[in-house]
Design a protein around this ligand. Structure first.
Ligand code: GLY
Length: 549
């Protein structure tokens, strides 16, 4: 195993920063990549103890909830794509709308959206799925007990962990969230902080295999805390919540098999649609991040995000035409609609971005020595979710309800718009962008586990890093570090990161793109198998780091 540190790239157009990013880590006994060094080490510890990739992924997710509370935790939900000897599977433990939710719950008497109601406070909270989700994932595909996999997280919460840059920055933006820490004080960089209440909750999660979060004292604490802040969550909502097993969404790209997330995520369908469109073009000849390459990506993304807004929602409530989105005829139609030298107004595509400062999502990629791979993305939605903290148990509750469409055409926190297909209904899941993905080579062997955090940028970022490896032969570090672009159809803005040359920018503007340069908050984690070695990379944008046993 080797690890170095290397200066990577200028992080911000605001004149900041030279990021010091870890180089990819290589290992022979498996690899864990997450948004936080300590969480990755938790997973690697489990692998070293003989656990499989699922055991390690669950341990990493629990540890992330401790050390990275702005972006994950048992008060949220997620999706896992798993591939191993038994085949491929998906576990959906996304939050659902409480039974007391309704389509007009975020509107005032004049039918206008009440700002922030779906983002902050009790009404923003969806029924959390992570407690039962991780427990079910472990029971079905892991080899260890909940107690074994929770041990590193409990140790971090009880024994303490050192504050790193990303959490400090997130706390600086939302200072009330220091209530999550025992001290209740704003820490300094490198200070050791503890989360004792959460350590007790984690122990109860482990001893009850997740059930303690859905009935009894912890559940009552969650319900009381949410209701005290205007929410409609009840004990019945919690008791009735169940994860759902789904079929993996499968696609092909240049001879590779892509195993990814079906609805209620839009991630897999949008990923596969854009990849299929790209397959008709010679990217190498275009050159990485050339104006031709970025224009092609932008046009493909506009079509796919337009289809997302038009058609997609919870498949248990609406008919989601994924087959039609990925149909060969539809792909050819999109390819024929891409003009090399110009872009179009939004009405040209499929069927309306202000972006918040951070996302409340995190992605974990694990491949173990046997080749079992897990792509696990979990979320509380935006940074620190609803900001509602269950007082006795230390749980932070999600604001996943903002992923619904409060009113057709009105953008959510991520600037995403949608239609009735993603309207709020009791028991329904809000449409997600999470894109946990596993890639198999033409011989059917796992070669990559990948995914991201970053709201709508999850899909575009996963797509570009995957393509950087497959199309451009980049090593994992180079692939996650390269400047990225994003276009989500509405608003009509092509976002680019610093590092895209002025020349390329001028050529994109000449095609009609309105450019906005900013440093993305999306964070991609991946593990790649290269000649028998496991190579992990974590996105320098969020300061993560991989670990190997
Ligand atoms: N909350 C982020 C997503 O599910 O897309």
């Amino acid at each position: 195993m080797k690890s170095h540190a290397r200066a990577l790239f200028v992080l911000s157009s605001l004149g900041l920063l030279l990021a010091i990013a870890p180089a990819p880590m290589e290992g022979q006994e498996g690899m864990v990549s997450s948004d936080h060094r300590l969480a990755s080490q938790a997973g690697a510890e489990i692998l070293a103890q003989g656990g499989n990739a699922v055991d390690a992924a669950v341990a990493t997710a629990l540890a992330c909830g401790v050390v990275q509370p702005a972006g994950s935790g048992l008060g949220g939900g997620g999706f896992a794509v798993v591939h191993g000897e038994k085949g491929s599977s998906v576990l959906d433990f996304r939050e659902i709308a409480p039974k007391g939710a309704s389509a007009d719950m975020y509107l005032d008497a004049d039918g206008q959206v009440v700002p922030k109601l779906s983002q902050d406070g009790g009404l923003a909270v969806g029924v959390p799925g992570e407690g039962r989700g991780l427990a079910q994932l472990l029971a079905e595909q892991g080899t260890m007990t909940p107690k074994q996999v929770a041990r590193p997280a409990v140790r971090l919460a009880k024994g303490g962990f050192d504050i790193e840059h990303h959490l400090l920055k997130a706390l600086g933006a939302k200072p009330a969230m220091v209530a999550l820490l025992d001290s209740g004080q704003m820490p300094g960089l490198g200070d050791t902080v503890r989360r004792t209440k959460l350590s007790r909750t984690l122990n109860k999660w482990a001893s009850s295999a997740g059930e303690a979060l859905y009935t009894g004292a912890i559940a009552q604490d969650v319900v009381d805390s949410v209701q005290a802040q205007g929410g409609v969550l009840t004990m019945e909502d919690l008791a009735d919540y169940q994860p759902v097993s789904r079929e993996v969404l499968v696609g092909q790209y240049r001879g590779y098999t892509i195993l990814t997330m079906p609805p209620p995520s839009s991630g897999g369908a949008v990923l596969l649609q854009v990849l299929s469109v790209m397959e008709g073009f010679d990217l190498m000849a275009m050159g990485h991040n050339s104006s031709e390459h970025l224009h092609l990506l932008a046009e493909g993304m506009q079509h796919a995000y337009a289809d997302r807004a038009q058609f997609m929602g919870d498949p248990d409530f609406v008919d989601v035409p994924v087959d039609r989105m990925l149909d060969e005829a539809r792909i050819q139609e999109i390819q024929s609609q891409i003009w090399p030298m110009r872009t179009f107004e939004s009405g040209y595509y499929g069927s309306p971005v202000t972006i918040p400062e951070d996302s409340g999502t995190q992605h974990i990629a694990v491949i173990d020595a046997s080749g079992q791979a897990v792509a696990l993305t979990t979320t509380i939605n935006t940074s620190f979710g609803s900001k509602v903290i269950a007082k006795k148990s230390g749980l932070l509750l999600n604001n996943e309800m903002d992923d619904f469409v409060a009113l057709p055409g009105v953008p959510n926190a991520y600037g995403l718009v949608g239609k009735e297909s993603n309207a709020v209904a009791p028991g329904k899941k809000p449409l997600s962008s999470m894109t946990p993905t596993i890639v198999l080579d033409p011989q059917g062997q796992v070669v990559m586990a990948i995914g991201a955090s970053g709201g709508p940028l999850i899909i575009s970022s996963t797509l570009q890093v995957l393509s950087n490896v497959i199309d451009f032969g980049m090593d994992p570090e180079e692939a996650v570090s390269a400047p990225r672009m994003h276009h989500q159809w509405m608003p009509e803005v092509l976002s680019i990161e610093p590092g895209i040359s002025r020349d390329v920018q001028q050529n994109l503007s000449a095609r009609g793109h309105e450019l906005k340069e900013w440093t993305f908050f999306s964070s991609v984690q991946l593990v790649v198998v290269e000649e028998g070695l496991f190579v992990g990379a974590a996105d320098p944008r969020k300061g993560g780091q991989p670990a190997t046993p």
